[in-house]
Design a protein around this ligand. Structure first.
Ligand code: ZN
Length: 492
Protein backbone atom coordinates (compact mmCIF):
# COMPACT_ATOMS: atom_id res chain seq x y z
CA UNK A 1 0.00 0.00 0.00
CA UNK A 2 2.74 2.37 1.05
CA UNK A 3 4.86 1.29 -1.86
CA UNK A 4 2.01 1.86 -4.30
CA UNK A 5 1.37 5.34 -2.91
CA UNK A 6 5.04 6.21 -3.33
CA UNK A 7 4.90 5.00 -6.92
CA UNK A 8 1.81 7.14 -7.57
CA UNK A 9 3.63 10.10 -6.04
CA UNK A 10 6.59 9.57 -8.34
CA UNK A 11 4.26 9.32 -11.33
CA UNK A 12 2.52 12.55 -10.33
CA UNK A 13 5.85 14.37 -10.05
CA UNK A 14 6.89 13.01 -13.44
CA UNK A 15 3.61 14.20 -15.01
CA UNK A 16 4.04 17.65 -13.54
CA UNK A 17 7.62 17.81 -14.87
CA UNK A 18 6.49 16.65 -18.33
CA UNK A 19 3.66 19.18 -18.22
CA UNK A 20 6.11 21.96 -17.41
CA UNK A 21 8.36 20.89 -20.26
CA UNK A 22 5.38 20.93 -22.67
CA UNK A 23 4.41 24.38 -21.42
CA UNK A 24 7.89 25.69 -22.12
CA UNK A 25 8.24 23.91 -25.46
CA UNK A 26 4.87 23.73 -27.21
CA UNK A 27 3.84 20.68 -29.17
CA UNK A 28 5.14 20.95 -32.77
CA UNK A 29 1.60 21.19 -34.23
CA UNK A 30 0.72 24.02 -31.85
CA UNK A 31 3.96 25.75 -32.81
CA UNK A 32 3.02 25.48 -36.48
CA UNK A 33 -0.46 26.86 -35.81
CA UNK A 34 1.06 29.77 -33.89
CA UNK A 35 3.40 30.42 -36.77
CA UNK A 36 0.51 30.52 -39.22
CA UNK A 37 -1.35 32.94 -36.96
CA UNK A 38 1.36 35.56 -37.18
CA UNK A 39 3.70 34.55 -34.38
CA UNK A 40 6.68 33.60 -36.49
CA UNK A 41 9.62 35.29 -34.80
CA UNK A 42 12.11 35.95 -37.54
CA UNK A 43 11.10 38.17 -40.42
CA UNK A 44 12.42 38.11 -43.97
CA UNK A 45 13.67 41.47 -45.22
CA UNK A 46 13.76 40.35 -48.85
CA UNK A 47 10.91 38.25 -50.23
CA UNK A 48 10.77 36.69 -53.70
CA UNK A 49 7.53 35.07 -54.85
CA UNK A 50 7.87 33.20 -58.15
CA UNK A 51 4.64 31.98 -59.79
CA UNK A 52 4.82 29.68 -62.79
CA UNK A 53 1.43 30.16 -64.42
CA UNK A 54 0.15 26.71 -65.37
CA UNK A 55 3.15 25.07 -63.69
CA UNK A 56 2.32 21.77 -62.06
CA UNK A 57 4.54 18.78 -61.41
CA UNK A 58 4.26 17.47 -65.03
CA UNK A 59 5.69 20.75 -66.37
CA UNK A 60 8.56 20.52 -63.86
CA UNK A 61 9.32 16.83 -64.48
CA UNK A 62 9.11 17.27 -68.27
CA UNK A 63 11.60 20.13 -68.16
CA UNK A 64 13.99 18.06 -66.04
CA UNK A 65 13.90 15.19 -68.54
CA UNK A 66 14.09 17.58 -71.49
CA UNK A 67 17.13 19.37 -70.04
CA UNK A 68 18.76 15.99 -69.54
CA UNK A 69 18.55 15.27 -73.27
CA UNK A 70 20.26 18.53 -74.19
CA UNK A 71 23.75 17.79 -72.94
CA UNK A 72 23.99 14.05 -72.55
CA UNK A 73 24.21 10.94 -74.62
CA UNK A 74 22.88 8.98 -71.63
CA UNK A 75 19.16 8.46 -72.36
CA UNK A 76 18.40 8.30 -68.62
CA UNK A 77 20.02 11.66 -67.88
CA UNK A 78 17.82 14.31 -66.24
CA UNK A 79 18.65 17.66 -64.71
CA UNK A 80 16.96 18.86 -61.55
CA UNK A 81 15.63 22.42 -61.76
CA UNK A 82 17.28 24.88 -59.36
CA UNK A 83 14.13 25.42 -57.29
CA UNK A 84 13.33 21.68 -57.13
CA UNK A 85 16.40 21.43 -54.92
CA UNK A 86 15.03 23.92 -52.34
CA UNK A 87 15.13 22.41 -48.83
CA UNK A 88 11.42 22.88 -48.00
CA UNK A 89 8.60 21.59 -50.19
CA UNK A 90 4.87 21.20 -49.85
CA UNK A 91 1.64 21.09 -51.83
CA UNK A 92 -1.29 23.45 -52.21
CA UNK A 93 -4.88 22.74 -53.22
CA UNK A 94 -5.88 25.18 -55.95
CA UNK A 95 -9.69 25.12 -56.09
CA UNK A 96 -11.42 28.50 -56.35
CA UNK A 97 -14.51 29.49 -54.33
CA UNK A 98 -16.83 28.10 -57.02
CA UNK A 99 -14.95 25.38 -58.97
CA UNK A 100 -12.36 22.66 -58.43
CA UNK A 101 -10.64 23.85 -61.60
CA UNK A 102 -9.50 27.39 -60.93
CA UNK A 103 -8.26 30.07 -63.32
CA UNK A 104 -5.60 32.72 -62.95
CA UNK A 105 -7.70 35.52 -61.42
CA UNK A 106 -9.11 33.40 -58.58
CA UNK A 107 -5.79 31.58 -58.10
CA UNK A 108 -3.82 34.84 -58.21
CA UNK A 109 -6.21 36.36 -55.67
CA UNK A 110 -5.68 33.37 -53.33
CA UNK A 111 -1.89 33.55 -53.66
CA UNK A 112 -1.71 37.35 -53.35
CA UNK A 113 -4.34 38.01 -50.67
CA UNK A 114 -5.00 34.72 -48.84
CA UNK A 115 -8.69 34.74 -49.79
CA UNK A 116 -10.66 32.51 -52.13
CA UNK A 117 -12.90 34.03 -54.76
CA UNK A 118 -14.85 32.96 -57.83
CA UNK A 119 -13.23 32.37 -61.20
CA UNK A 120 -12.65 35.60 -63.18
CA UNK A 121 -12.86 37.87 -60.07
CA UNK A 122 -9.66 39.76 -59.29
CA UNK A 123 -8.70 40.75 -55.74
CA UNK A 124 -12.32 40.85 -54.51
CA UNK A 125 -14.77 38.54 -52.76
CA UNK A 126 -17.26 36.36 -54.74
CA UNK A 127 -19.99 39.04 -54.38
CA UNK A 128 -17.57 41.53 -55.98
CA UNK A 129 -18.19 44.05 -53.22
CA UNK A 130 -15.23 43.59 -50.83
CA UNK A 131 -11.62 44.27 -51.87
CA UNK A 132 -8.94 42.01 -50.39
CA UNK A 133 -5.59 43.57 -49.56
CA UNK A 134 -2.59 41.87 -51.19
CA UNK A 135 0.79 41.08 -49.63
CA UNK A 136 2.37 43.51 -52.10
CA UNK A 137 0.11 46.35 -50.90
CA UNK A 138 0.92 45.44 -47.28
CA UNK A 139 4.67 45.38 -48.04
CA UNK A 140 4.41 48.83 -49.61
CA UNK A 141 2.56 50.20 -46.56
CA UNK A 142 5.29 48.74 -44.36
CA UNK A 143 7.92 50.75 -46.22
CA UNK A 144 9.39 47.96 -48.32
CA UNK A 145 9.93 48.47 -52.03
CA UNK A 146 7.72 46.39 -54.32
CA UNK A 147 8.33 44.94 -57.78
CA UNK A 148 5.99 43.05 -60.13
CA UNK A 149 7.58 41.23 -63.07
CA UNK A 150 5.87 39.05 -65.67
CA UNK A 151 6.44 37.56 -69.10
CA UNK A 152 2.88 38.49 -70.09
CA UNK A 153 1.14 41.88 -70.05
CA UNK A 154 1.41 43.84 -66.78
CA UNK A 155 -2.41 44.04 -66.50
CA UNK A 156 -2.87 40.25 -66.78
CA UNK A 157 -4.61 38.33 -63.98
CA UNK A 158 -1.60 37.06 -62.01
CA UNK A 159 0.31 40.36 -61.75
CA UNK A 160 -3.02 42.23 -61.42
CA UNK A 161 -3.96 40.17 -58.35
CA UNK A 162 -1.13 41.88 -56.46
CA UNK A 163 -2.37 45.46 -57.01
CA UNK A 164 -5.90 45.54 -58.50
CA UNK A 165 -9.46 44.87 -57.24
CA UNK A 166 -11.91 44.34 -60.08
CA UNK A 167 -15.14 42.42 -60.59
CA UNK A 168 -13.58 40.83 -63.68
CA UNK A 169 -9.99 40.28 -64.82
CA UNK A 170 -11.04 41.66 -68.21
CA UNK A 171 -11.31 45.27 -66.91
CA UNK A 172 -7.88 45.95 -68.40
CA UNK A 173 -8.06 49.74 -68.37
CA UNK A 174 -9.15 49.86 -64.72
CA UNK A 175 -6.41 47.35 -63.84
CA UNK A 176 -3.91 49.63 -65.62
CA UNK A 177 -5.20 52.58 -63.56
CA UNK A 178 -4.73 50.58 -60.37
CA UNK A 179 -1.20 49.73 -61.46
CA UNK A 180 -0.09 53.36 -61.84
CA UNK A 181 -1.91 54.33 -58.63
CA UNK A 182 -0.29 51.51 -56.60
CA UNK A 183 2.86 53.42 -55.74
CA UNK A 184 4.83 50.19 -56.35
CA UNK A 185 8.40 50.77 -57.41
CA UNK A 186 8.95 48.46 -60.37
CA UNK A 187 6.71 46.94 -63.03
CA UNK A 188 8.48 45.00 -65.76
CA UNK A 189 7.90 42.61 -68.63
CA UNK A 190 5.11 42.93 -71.18
CA UNK A 191 3.01 46.02 -71.93
CA UNK A 192 -0.70 46.76 -71.38
CA UNK A 193 -3.68 45.31 -73.25
CA UNK A 194 -5.88 48.44 -73.22
CA UNK A 195 -3.80 51.52 -72.28
CA UNK A 196 -6.39 53.82 -73.89
CA UNK A 197 -9.48 51.97 -72.69
CA UNK A 198 -11.57 49.34 -74.50
CA UNK A 199 -13.04 52.06 -76.76
CA UNK A 200 -9.76 53.99 -76.95
CA UNK A 201 -11.44 57.04 -75.44
CA UNK A 202 -9.62 57.23 -72.11
CA UNK A 203 -6.53 59.01 -70.89
CA UNK A 204 -3.47 56.92 -71.77
CA UNK A 205 -2.23 54.80 -68.85
CA UNK A 206 1.41 55.52 -69.63
CA UNK A 207 0.65 59.28 -69.49
CA UNK A 208 -1.04 58.72 -66.12
CA UNK A 209 2.03 56.76 -65.03
CA UNK A 210 4.30 59.70 -65.85
CA UNK A 211 1.99 62.06 -63.94
CA UNK A 212 2.34 59.71 -60.96
CA UNK A 213 6.12 59.89 -61.05
CA UNK A 214 6.95 56.76 -63.05
CA UNK A 215 9.67 56.59 -65.67
CA UNK A 216 8.60 54.37 -68.56
CA UNK A 217 11.48 52.67 -70.38
CA UNK A 218 11.42 50.24 -73.30
CA UNK A 219 14.92 50.08 -74.74
CA UNK A 220 17.57 47.50 -73.94
CA UNK A 221 20.03 50.24 -72.94
CA UNK A 222 17.63 52.02 -70.55
CA UNK A 223 16.53 48.74 -68.98
CA UNK A 224 20.07 47.45 -68.44
CA UNK A 225 20.97 50.80 -66.84
CA UNK A 226 18.27 50.60 -64.15
CA UNK A 227 19.67 50.84 -60.62
CA UNK A 228 18.84 51.83 -57.03
CA UNK A 229 18.54 55.52 -57.97
CA UNK A 230 16.16 55.01 -60.91
CA UNK A 231 13.02 55.88 -58.92
CA UNK A 232 9.68 54.31 -59.82
CA UNK A 233 9.95 52.50 -63.16
CA UNK A 234 7.75 50.70 -65.68
CA UNK A 235 10.07 48.66 -67.92
CA UNK A 236 8.50 47.25 -71.10
CA UNK A 237 10.26 44.68 -73.27
CA UNK A 238 11.61 46.28 -76.48
CA UNK A 239 10.20 43.28 -78.40
CA UNK A 240 6.60 42.18 -77.82
CA UNK A 241 4.75 39.16 -79.20
CA UNK A 242 0.98 38.54 -79.25
CA UNK A 243 -1.18 39.94 -76.42
CA UNK A 244 1.52 42.49 -75.46
CA UNK A 245 3.60 39.71 -73.89
CA UNK A 246 7.28 38.80 -74.11
CA UNK A 247 8.08 36.39 -76.92
CA UNK A 248 8.02 32.70 -76.16
CA UNK A 249 11.59 31.88 -75.21
CA UNK A 250 11.82 29.35 -78.08
CA UNK A 251 11.19 32.26 -80.53
CA UNK A 252 13.09 34.94 -78.59
CA UNK A 253 14.77 37.60 -80.75
CA UNK A 254 14.96 40.17 -77.93
CA UNK A 255 18.22 40.47 -76.01
CA UNK A 256 16.19 40.72 -72.79
CA UNK A 257 14.69 37.68 -71.05
CA UNK A 258 12.60 37.27 -67.90
CA UNK A 259 15.90 36.80 -66.00
CA UNK A 260 17.12 40.23 -67.17
CA UNK A 261 13.95 41.92 -65.91
CA UNK A 262 14.33 40.07 -62.61
CA UNK A 263 18.02 41.01 -62.15
CA UNK A 264 17.39 44.68 -63.02
CA UNK A 265 14.49 44.66 -60.58
CA UNK A 266 16.70 43.40 -57.77
CA UNK A 267 19.15 46.23 -58.43
CA UNK A 268 16.36 48.80 -58.47
CA UNK A 269 14.54 47.48 -55.38
CA UNK A 270 17.49 46.74 -53.08
CA UNK A 271 17.30 49.19 -50.16
CA UNK A 272 17.68 49.21 -46.34
CA UNK A 273 13.93 48.65 -45.76
CA UNK A 274 13.85 45.49 -47.86
CA UNK A 275 11.64 44.52 -50.77
CA UNK A 276 8.92 42.20 -52.05
CA UNK A 277 9.15 40.97 -55.61
CA UNK A 278 6.66 38.80 -57.53
CA UNK A 279 7.91 37.25 -60.76
CA UNK A 280 5.49 35.38 -63.01
CA UNK A 281 6.47 32.91 -65.71
CA UNK A 282 3.20 33.61 -67.49
CA UNK A 283 3.62 31.85 -70.82
CA UNK A 284 4.10 28.33 -69.48
CA UNK A 285 0.32 28.49 -69.14
CA UNK A 286 -0.25 29.77 -72.67
CA UNK A 287 1.98 27.10 -74.23
CA UNK A 288 0.16 24.42 -72.20
CA UNK A 289 -3.27 25.72 -73.25
CA UNK A 290 -2.05 25.13 -76.82
CA UNK A 291 -0.67 21.67 -75.89
CA UNK A 292 2.83 22.61 -77.12
CA UNK A 293 5.44 20.81 -74.99
CA UNK A 294 8.60 22.21 -76.63
CA UNK A 295 7.45 25.80 -76.10
CA UNK A 296 6.41 24.90 -72.55
CA UNK A 297 9.76 23.47 -71.46
CA UNK A 298 11.70 26.34 -73.09
CA UNK A 299 9.62 28.87 -71.12
CA UNK A 300 10.09 26.75 -67.98
CA UNK A 301 13.85 27.02 -68.50
CA UNK A 302 13.54 30.80 -68.87
CA UNK A 303 11.53 30.90 -65.61
CA UNK A 304 14.24 28.81 -63.91
CA UNK A 305 16.89 31.31 -65.05
CA UNK A 306 14.88 34.15 -63.48
CA UNK A 307 14.85 32.19 -60.21
CA UNK A 308 18.63 31.85 -60.63
CA UNK A 309 18.88 35.66 -60.31
CA UNK A 310 17.10 35.50 -56.94
CA UNK A 311 19.45 32.70 -55.87
CA UNK A 312 22.45 34.95 -56.60
CA UNK A 313 20.92 37.60 -54.33
CA UNK A 314 20.12 34.94 -51.74
CA UNK A 315 23.78 33.88 -51.65
CA UNK A 316 24.63 37.42 -50.51
CA UNK A 317 21.78 37.67 -47.95
CA UNK A 318 21.00 34.11 -46.81
CA UNK A 319 19.77 35.10 -43.32
CA UNK A 320 17.36 37.81 -44.52
CA UNK A 321 15.84 36.36 -47.69
CA UNK A 322 12.86 34.10 -48.45
CA UNK A 323 12.28 32.60 -51.91
CA UNK A 324 8.98 30.83 -52.62
CA UNK A 325 8.29 29.14 -55.97
CA UNK A 326 4.93 27.66 -56.94
CA UNK A 327 2.32 27.54 -59.69
CA UNK A 328 -1.24 28.87 -59.66
CA UNK A 329 -2.71 25.67 -61.24
CA UNK A 330 -1.74 23.06 -63.79
CA UNK A 331 -2.66 23.69 -67.44
CA UNK A 332 -3.36 21.24 -70.24
CA UNK A 333 -3.52 18.03 -68.23
CA UNK A 334 0.03 17.46 -69.35
CA UNK A 335 1.56 14.16 -68.41
CA UNK A 336 4.56 11.98 -69.05
CA UNK A 337 3.15 8.79 -70.57
CA UNK A 338 1.05 8.19 -73.69
CA UNK A 339 -0.81 5.09 -74.86
CA UNK A 340 1.19 4.95 -78.09
CA UNK A 341 4.57 4.89 -76.35
CA UNK A 342 3.64 2.92 -73.18
CA UNK A 343 6.72 2.84 -70.89
CA UNK A 344 9.01 4.73 -73.25
CA UNK A 345 9.76 8.42 -73.63
CA UNK A 346 11.65 10.16 -76.43
CA UNK A 347 12.15 13.72 -75.19
CA UNK A 348 14.96 14.30 -77.68
CA UNK A 349 12.16 14.58 -80.30
CA UNK A 350 10.83 17.66 -78.46
CA UNK A 351 14.24 19.27 -78.85
CA UNK A 352 13.81 19.17 -82.67
CA UNK A 353 11.01 21.75 -82.53
CA UNK A 354 12.39 25.17 -83.47
CA UNK A 355 9.33 27.47 -83.36
CA UNK A 356 6.35 27.96 -81.05
CA UNK A 357 2.82 27.12 -82.14
CA UNK A 358 2.28 30.90 -82.37
CA UNK A 359 4.98 31.30 -85.05
CA UNK A 360 3.70 28.19 -86.84
CA UNK A 361 0.19 29.71 -86.82
CA UNK A 362 1.54 32.71 -88.74
CA UNK A 363 2.95 30.43 -91.44
CA UNK A 364 -0.37 28.59 -91.70
CA UNK A 365 -2.24 31.89 -91.94
CA UNK A 366 0.04 33.02 -94.79
CA UNK A 367 -0.51 29.71 -96.61
CA UNK A 368 -4.30 29.97 -96.24
CA UNK A 369 -4.32 33.43 -97.79
CA UNK A 370 -2.12 32.23 -100.63
CA UNK A 371 -3.84 28.93 -101.43
CA UNK A 372 -7.48 29.22 -100.51
CA UNK A 373 -9.54 26.18 -99.75
CA UNK A 374 -9.35 23.16 -102.04
CA UNK A 375 -5.75 23.67 -103.14
CA UNK A 376 -4.06 22.90 -99.84
CA UNK A 377 -1.89 19.81 -99.74
CA UNK A 378 -0.05 18.14 -96.90
CA UNK A 379 2.82 17.52 -99.34
CA UNK A 380 3.50 21.28 -99.36
CA UNK A 381 4.16 21.14 -95.62
CA UNK A 382 6.33 18.04 -95.28
CA UNK A 383 9.67 19.92 -95.65
CA UNK A 384 8.52 22.53 -93.07
CA UNK A 385 7.41 19.84 -90.61
CA UNK A 386 10.78 18.11 -91.01
CA UNK A 387 12.80 21.31 -90.56
CA UNK A 388 10.83 23.06 -87.77
CA UNK A 389 9.44 20.05 -85.89
CA UNK A 390 11.80 17.20 -86.81
CA UNK A 391 8.75 15.23 -88.00
CA UNK A 392 10.25 12.98 -90.65
CA UNK A 393 8.64 9.62 -89.88
CA UNK A 394 4.90 9.99 -90.28
CA UNK A 395 2.59 6.99 -90.26
CA UNK A 396 -0.46 6.76 -92.49
CA UNK A 397 -2.58 7.54 -89.42
CA UNK A 398 -0.46 10.65 -88.69
CA UNK A 399 -0.87 11.78 -92.30
CA UNK A 400 -4.62 11.27 -92.21
CA UNK A 401 -4.92 13.33 -89.01
CA UNK A 402 -2.69 16.03 -90.50
CA UNK A 403 -4.64 16.18 -93.80
CA UNK A 404 -7.95 16.55 -91.96
CA UNK A 405 -6.49 19.25 -89.73
CA UNK A 406 -4.97 21.12 -92.67
CA UNK A 407 -8.34 21.12 -94.42
CA UNK A 408 -9.95 22.49 -91.23
CA UNK A 409 -7.25 25.18 -91.05
CA UNK A 410 -8.00 26.32 -94.60
CA UNK A 411 -11.49 27.53 -93.70
CA UNK A 412 -11.82 31.17 -92.69
CA UNK A 413 -11.21 31.33 -88.90
CA UNK A 414 -14.30 33.57 -88.55
CA UNK A 415 -16.54 31.01 -90.27
CA UNK A 416 -15.36 27.86 -88.52
CA UNK A 417 -18.02 25.74 -86.87
CA UNK A 418 -17.12 25.16 -83.27
CA UNK A 419 -18.99 21.90 -82.84
CA UNK A 420 -18.08 19.73 -79.84
CA UNK A 421 -16.22 17.15 -81.95
CA UNK A 422 -13.87 19.64 -83.54
CA UNK A 423 -13.32 21.23 -80.11
CA UNK A 424 -12.15 17.86 -78.77
CA UNK A 425 -9.66 17.62 -81.63
CA UNK A 426 -8.42 21.18 -81.84
CA UNK A 427 -9.80 23.29 -78.99
CA UNK A 428 -10.05 26.87 -80.24
CA UNK A 429 -6.58 26.56 -81.78
CA UNK A 430 -5.38 26.45 -85.37
CA UNK A 431 -6.30 22.84 -86.27
CA UNK A 432 -3.17 22.06 -88.28
CA UNK A 433 -0.85 23.61 -85.68
CA UNK A 434 -2.31 21.84 -82.65
CA UNK A 435 -2.39 18.53 -84.53
CA UNK A 436 1.33 18.84 -85.33
CA UNK A 437 2.24 19.47 -81.66
CA UNK A 438 -0.09 16.66 -80.56
CA UNK A 439 1.60 14.18 -82.93
CA UNK A 440 5.12 15.33 -82.00
CA UNK A 441 4.38 15.27 -78.26
CA UNK A 442 2.74 11.84 -78.46
CA UNK A 443 5.79 10.46 -80.26
CA UNK A 444 7.85 11.80 -77.34
CA UNK A 445 5.54 10.10 -74.82
CA UNK A 446 3.80 13.29 -73.63
CA UNK A 447 0.01 13.37 -73.26
CA UNK A 448 -2.53 16.19 -72.88
CA UNK A 449 -6.14 15.99 -71.67
CA UNK A 450 -7.53 19.52 -72.04
CA UNK A 451 -7.06 22.97 -73.59
CA UNK A 452 -7.97 24.50 -70.23
CA UNK A 453 -6.67 24.03 -66.66
CA UNK A 454 -6.86 21.01 -64.37
CA UNK A 455 -7.74 20.68 -60.67
CA UNK A 456 -4.67 18.87 -59.31
CA UNK A 457 -2.64 20.05 -56.30
CA UNK A 458 0.48 22.07 -57.05
CA UNK A 459 3.96 21.80 -55.50
CA UNK A 460 5.45 24.63 -53.42
CA UNK A 461 9.22 25.13 -53.00
CA UNK A 462 10.79 27.39 -50.36
CA UNK A 463 14.25 28.39 -49.28
CA UNK A 464 15.48 30.87 -46.68
CA UNK A 465 13.86 32.62 -43.70
CA UNK A 466 10.67 30.77 -42.67
CA UNK A 467 11.04 28.23 -45.47
CA UNK A 468 10.13 25.39 -43.10
CA UNK A 469 6.55 26.73 -42.86
CA UNK A 470 5.93 25.57 -46.43
CA UNK A 471 6.14 21.87 -45.60
CA UNK A 472 2.90 19.92 -45.72
CA UNK A 473 -0.30 19.94 -47.77
CA UNK A 474 -2.41 23.05 -47.37
CA UNK A 475 -4.65 25.46 -49.28
CA UNK A 476 -3.47 28.01 -51.86
CA UNK A 477 -4.70 30.77 -49.52
CA UNK A 478 -2.26 29.43 -46.89
CA UNK A 479 0.68 30.18 -49.19
CA UNK A 480 -0.23 33.87 -48.96
CA UNK A 481 -0.77 33.73 -45.18
CA UNK A 482 2.61 32.09 -44.63
CA UNK A 483 4.43 34.68 -46.77
CA UNK A 484 2.64 37.56 -45.02
CA UNK A 485 3.61 36.10 -41.68
CA UNK A 486 7.29 35.75 -42.58
CA UNK A 487 7.31 39.20 -44.17
CA UNK A 488 5.88 40.69 -40.96
CA UNK A 489 2.59 42.00 -42.37
CA UNK A 490 -0.89 41.24 -41.06
CA UNK A 491 -3.28 39.06 -43.08
CA UNK A 492 -6.58 40.93 -43.41
ZN1 ZN B 1 -2.97 30.79 -64.31
Amino acid sequence: MFKKARLLGAATVAMIVIGLIFAAFPHPQEAMAGVDNGHYGKKAKYVFFFIGDGMGMPQISSTEIFKGTLDSTNPMNKEKLNFAAFPYQGMQATNSANTFITESAAAGTALATGHKTNNDVLGMDPTKSVAFKSMAEMAKEKGMKVGIVTSVSLDHATPGAFYAHQATRKNYYEIGQAMVNSGFDYFAGGSLLAPDGAKKDKQNIFELAKQNGYTVVNTKEDILNLNASSGKVIAISPVLAGEEALEYDIDRTSALSLADFTRQGIQLLDNPNGFFMMVEGGKVDWACHANDAATTVRDMMSFEKAIGEALKFYAQHPDETLIVVTGDHETGGMTIGFAGTEYQTFFNKVNKQKVSFEEFDKAINGYRQMMGQGQASLEDWLPYLAEKFGLTELTDYDKSRLSDALAASMTDPKKRNHDPNSYLLYGSYEPFSVTVTHILNQKAGIGWTTYAHTGVAIPVFAQGVGGELFQGYYDNTDVAKKIMNIMGVQYQ
